[in-house]
Design a protein around this ligand. Structure first.
Ligand code: ZN
Length: 183
């Protein structure tokens, strides 16, 4: 069982079992980005950071999509620091130990890793292949793997979260395969 997590401009996902994409009800299986799930408190280095559950275009409030993808990372940075920065600049700042960017990524890792760990628990996935732009940042995927391992019920010796082979195009290729599978 492989869970494909998209961390592109937004958050999405899909589930593959025995080489087949599981579609489920309305074809939404693996959609972990929407629902009122975002943490409203995150503890970082002994400090509690409170976060608003923001309205999402899907009609709900508190979706991971608000903070989880590249667009969400920018929104999170703005929410925490009242500063506009691109996701690439935030990640570069984190890698250079810049204080605000580092804080944003620490919070982001908490917000994303916990729902991802639940998803692994629920689906029984043995691997999470991440697609989308954020998957191309190896250090970020390594940090996400470490966080997820803290929250899954059974951590593994092998790495759980890996960049997908088709990082940028993963969602598109998955959609094409799904269309072929359904046809
Ligand atoms: Zn939503």
């Amino acid at each position: 069982m492989v869970f494909g997590a998209i961390l592109g401009s937004g958050v999405g996902g899909g589930l593959v079992a025995d080489g087949r994409i599981i579609t489920g009800q309305n074809g939404l299986t693996g959609e972990w980005g929407h629902g009122p799930i975002t943490l409203t408190e995150v503890d970082i280095e002994g400090e509690t950071i409170r976060l608003p559950r923001q309205p999402c275009p899907c009609g709900q409030k508190g979706c991971l999509d608000s903070y989880g993808g590249a667009r969400g990372l920018e929104n999170l940075h703005r929410t925490l620091h009242d500063v506009n920065a691109s996701s690439l600049d935030i990640i570069a700042g984190w890698q250079q130990q810049e204080v605000q960017a580092n804080r944003t990524i620490q919070v982001w890792l908490q917000l994303v890793s916990q729902p991802l760990a639940y998803t692994i628990n629920i689906t029984g996935a043995s691997l999470v292949a991440v697609g989308g732009g954020l998957a191309s940042v190896a250090a970020l995927m390594g940090a996400l793997n470490e966080e997820v391992q803290r929250y899954v019920l059974r951590s593994t010796r092998h790495r759980l979260v890996v960049p997908g082979t088709f990082a940028h195009n993963g969602g598109m290729i998955g959609a094409a395969l799904l269309a072929r599978q359904v046809a």
